[in-house]
Design a protein around this ligand. Structure first.
Ligand code: PEP
Length: 249
């Protein structure tokens, strides 16, 4: 069994300020020690430069919350992968459910973004997940497999280089977490789908996201196919985020 390092990524969403970011990152740096897992923060684009400087020399990697599917040009408001690279971003979220829901991102757009990120040297954290209605209709597997299939198809032989995040939409920001068994069940489905596409499926990190917090992280992270967490609300509080990181050893 390959020993792989878990990854805990915070998604700040549209939160933060110059002052709040500095306070949060100082507290994280002070409390981090030598983490037994990878750590990243996905920050709003205007703060990439600030956070790049604040995490320099630490174990904290910089992530973006989105990336354009286009390389360059007349795409007002978008941020390209080369721009993210200019600020040292190592990861970019793609297909977060809030992007799918509020910005109409389709599976095809998400797949194009994942492919663009990879080819530009940024690791996409590909978010998949079903809505409550889809779960209740017994569609969970079908939905997450359809979402991941689009990305697998787009990235081809580079599939082992992506990170996947399973985020049931009904668990995001709701305080309602998937049980470890519910999450593991879907992670196993995703792992099997990856295994059909690459011999290195065991190497692919599959994160769980959806109201992960200091109290439930250890149990979720103990599941065999849960390789880390994508953490929204709890990543804005240094003490909580540090506890989740500590649970990921
Ligand atoms: C997220 O935004 O990806 C997320 C999982 O949010 P929360 O942890 O707040 O549910």
């Amino acid at each position: 069994m390959t020993q792989k390092k878990k990854l805990i990524a915070g998604n700040w969403k549209m939160n933060g300020s110059l002052q709040a970011n500095a306070v949060l990152l100082q507290a994280l740096r002070d409390g981090l020690g030598a983490p037994g897992c990878g750590v990243a923060v996905a920050v709003p684009a205007p703060y990439l430069a600030q956070v790049q400087a604040l995490v320099a020399g630490s174990e904290i990697a910089l992530a973006a919350q989105d990336v354009s599917q286009h390389e360059t040009g007349a795409f007002t408001g978008e941020v390209s992968v080369s721009m993210l690279r200019d600020f040292g971003a190592r990861y970019a979220l793609v297909g977060h459910s809030e992007r799918r829901q509020y910005h109409g991102e389709t599976d095809a757009v998400v797949a194009a973004k994942a492919q663009r990120a990879l080819s530009g040297g940024v690791t996409p954290i590909v978010c998949v997940g079903e809505t409550l209605a889809e779960r209740e209709a017994g569609q969970t597997e079908t939905v997450v497999k359809r979402q991941l299939a689009a990305v697998i198809h787009a990235v081809g032989h580079c599939v082992s280089e992506i990170v996947v995040a399973y985020e049931p939409v009904w668990a995001i920001g709701t305080g309602r977490t998937a049980t470890p068994e519910q999450a593991q069940q879907v992670h196993a489905v995703l792992r099997a789908q990856l295994a059909a596409a690459t011999e290195s499926a065991d190497r692919v990190l599959i994160l769980y996201g959806g109201s992960m917090n200091a109290a439930n992280a250890a149990e979720l992270l103990a599941q065999p196919d849960i390789d880390g967490g994508l953490v929204g609300g709890a990543s804005l509080k240094a003490a909580d985020f540090l506890k989740i990181i500590a649970a990921a050893h």
